[in-house]
Design a protein around this ligand. Structure first.
Ligand SMILES: O=C(O)CCC(=O)C(=O)O
Ligand SMILES: [Fe+2]
Length: 337
């Protein structure tokens, strides 16, 4: 039985001009120890397992539960060779067992996803505000926000940056093939990123005006310095059904901040709270930020480059399981994948 993980001081090699931050998920010695413990876990249970289940067990041995395997921030080589080495070191019987019980991939069904609701009928009497007016309104709201909690904890709820009607209209306008890139990415346990959820990239220039207005306003908001580059400005339409979960991850791209806009009423689902977590904090703690109303936006620190009050933080984010209903949202400031 492995007794305790070795104390190591491995660091990620910093990119030019960036602070070096230890990422425990990339600490080779700790990882090897966790791999051996994971080998013992499966060996003792005598159940076949997939490579992804193996990876998730390795993370769990390190104290990281519901973490995405192979995402941008925690990509580690949990390949077959290392797995066999771990089983070898767990004992020759375990190694033999592994050879007999290796499974390629479990047949993971795509969880039931809610249908996109379709366009919302426009009321003829209400004049549609101009893009400029929408943006000025969002800017004025942002100016009044107290951002100290964002730098303190890494996440901040901005209530009603869109009205309920605008949020509903955004969802309606995005329920349209023209607005979305063709490829839908599914969250699945077998790929290690989550379950019962999916996302589409919104086509450039197809963002509904109210969404475009808050993207521009957030982009120019001095609280979120530095501003995202054009490559960091993609938006995603996310949908989750019952059982939907988004494992803790970091997204591609280096922009320090990201934001999520809720599109449907919180009464339509339970669970589904966005959280941030700092992998350099021991024990690992999560800060959940529940939405209060559709149209709310949560801004959060996306990685180790966000200038938070406490130095050396390395933020990940995820969404707790949706235990009832459906949840639609927009993820903003995604780097080009
Ligand atoms: O649905 C959520 O709350 C999380 C979405 C997410 O991971 C993102 O927008 O980057
Ligand atoms: Fe994300």
């Amino acid at each position: 039985m492995p007794k305790r993980p070795p104390a190591t001081t491995a660091t990620c090699s910093p990119k030019k001009g960036k602070t070096a931050v230890v990422n425990p998920l990339r600490d080779e010695d700790k990882l090897k120890f966790a791999m051996k413990s994971a080998a013992e876990h499966f060996w003792q249970r005598k159940e076949p397992f997939t490579c992804v289940q193996w990876g998730q067990q390795v993370y769990a041995e390190l104290g990281y539960h519901d973490f995405a395997v192979n995402d941008a921030g925690s990509r580690i080589k949990l390949n077959g060779k290392l797995r066999e080495e771990a089983f070898d070191s767990a004992g020759s019987e375990a190694a033999k067992w592994l050879r007999r019980n290796r499974v390629k991939r479990d047949a993971d069904k795509i969880g039931a996803l809610p249908a996109l609701p379709g366009p919302v009928p426009q009321s003829a009497e209400v004049p549609v505000p101009t893009q400029q007016a929408l943006q000025a309104q969002a800017q004025a709201q942002l100016e009044a926000v107290d951002v100290s909690a964002l730098y303190e904890s890494g996440a901040l709820l901005i209530p009603k940056l869109l009205t309920q009607q605008q949020a509903r209209e955004c969802l309606g306008a995005l329920s349209n093939e023209e607005a979305l890139e063709k490829r839908e990415t599914h969250l699945r346990r077998s790929t290690g990123n989550g379950a019962a959820g999916s996302y589409f990239t919104i086509r450039q220039g197809q963002e509904p005006p109210a969404l475009q207005a808050i993207i521009e306003a957030l982009r120019d908001w001095p609280a979120l310095e530095p501003s995202p580059t054009p490559a960091q400005r993609d938006s995603l339409l996310l949908r989750y059904g019952c059982g939907g979960i988004n494992f803790a991850h970091q997204d591609q791209g280096d922009f320090a901040w990201q934001a999520v806009l809720l599109l449907n009423p919180p009464s339509e689902f339970e669970g589904g709270a966005l959280y941030v977590t700092d992998v350099n904090e021991s024990p690992l703690s999560r800060r959940e930020v529940p939405f209060e109303c559709e149209g709310d936006v949560i801004v959060f620190a996306a990685n180790s480059t966000a200038p938070l009050k406490k130095k050396g933080r390395n933020m990940y984010h995820g969404m707790t399981e949706v235990t009832r209903g459906q949840r639609f949202a927009i993820g903003m400031f995604q780097g080009a994948g």
